[in-house]
Design a protein around this ligand. Structure first.
Ligand code: 4G3
Length: 254
């Protein structure tokens, strides 16, 4: 996957290009990030990339021309169709299935706004999709772009290894939260013990326990997700068992 990024602060992306699983994906050439800085496309170095807003009020906006020049340069380099996306709090709220769908494009260009965003005419004439990662304002589109790239990279075959696997991750596969997990040591002061079943070596029983825990936790922590989940016969039985245990355990508590 090829991702062109238009940002006033390309250095920020070092936090994903230089560390961890994404940097390895880049080394393996599974992912390529390229940067264009609107600052480099101003008429001269005294020319601003931002300006105050028509009609008054506080805050500044990224000017259209340096952005358009950056977009043109990125599109030229993409050498073929690249989906042009703008990250903004006014955008459509995205989730994992939206991001999964972006994989079909092979090439993306992400526009990162700053301040109060970008001139509306760039959105209307150039941007194909305006997306948001959540209902909050950040000081720039760079963090949302990195969130998007991180999620995407983890979906590219070959990026993840055994140490950071996606296949049992929280609701990426079956719409359920992950089960509780434990690692060495077996005993930690006076904390609860590691469930016996996980130390039993009985793989069939462990798989069943994990599914049951996933069902129960999703029911308790994310009732919204649980409602959407269609249970198989086996899952229904495991869930009912979880619920019975849960009510038994909590009956005398107040
Ligand atoms: C546009 C995206 C961009 C307008 C960007 C601020 C949050 C998100 C910006 C604007 C952003 C998000 C830059 N903050 N929720 N900040 O995806 O007012």
């Amino acid at each position: 996957m090829w991702i062109g990024i238009i940002s006033l602060f390309p250095e920020m992306f070092k936090s994903i290009t230089d560390y961890g699983i994404i940097s390895k994906g880049i080394k393996k050439k599974l992912l390529k990030l390229k940067f264009w800085n609107p600052r480099d496309y101003t008429k001269n170095k005294y020319h601003n990339v931002d300006c105050n807003i028509y009609g008054g009020g506080s805050g500044v906006l990224l000017k259209a021309e340096p952005l358009i020049k950056s977009i043109n340069a990125a599109q030229y380099k993409a050498n073929g169709y690249a989906k042009l996306i703008y990250l903004s709090p006014q955008g459509k709220r995205i989730n994992k299935s939206y991001i999964k769908n972006l994989l079909i494009y092979k090439k993306l260009i992400l526009v990162c706004g700053r301040y109060k965003g970008i001139d509306e005419r760039v959105i209307n004439s150039y941007i194909e999709e305006e997306i948001s990662i959540g209902d909050y304002i950040l000081s720039g589109g760079e963090l949302p772009a990195m969130v998007l790239i991180d999620v995407l990279a983890r979906l590219i075959p070959g990026v993840l290894n055994k140490k950071s696997s996606n296949d049992t991750d929280s609701f990426f596969n079956n719409g359920l939260l992950d089960c509780p997990n434990y690692t060495r040591p077996k005993i930690l002061k006076n904390m609860e013990k590691v469930p016996d079943i996980l130390l039993s070596g009985n793989h069939k029983k462990i798989k069943e326990w994990r599914l049951q825990q996933s069902l129960g936790r999703t029911w308790l922590k994310r009732p919204d997700l649980f409602k959407k989940k269609k249970l198989t016969k086996e899952e229904k039985i495991l869930f009912d068992q979880f619920k019975n245990n849960y009510f038994k355990k909590n009956f005398f508590k107040k």
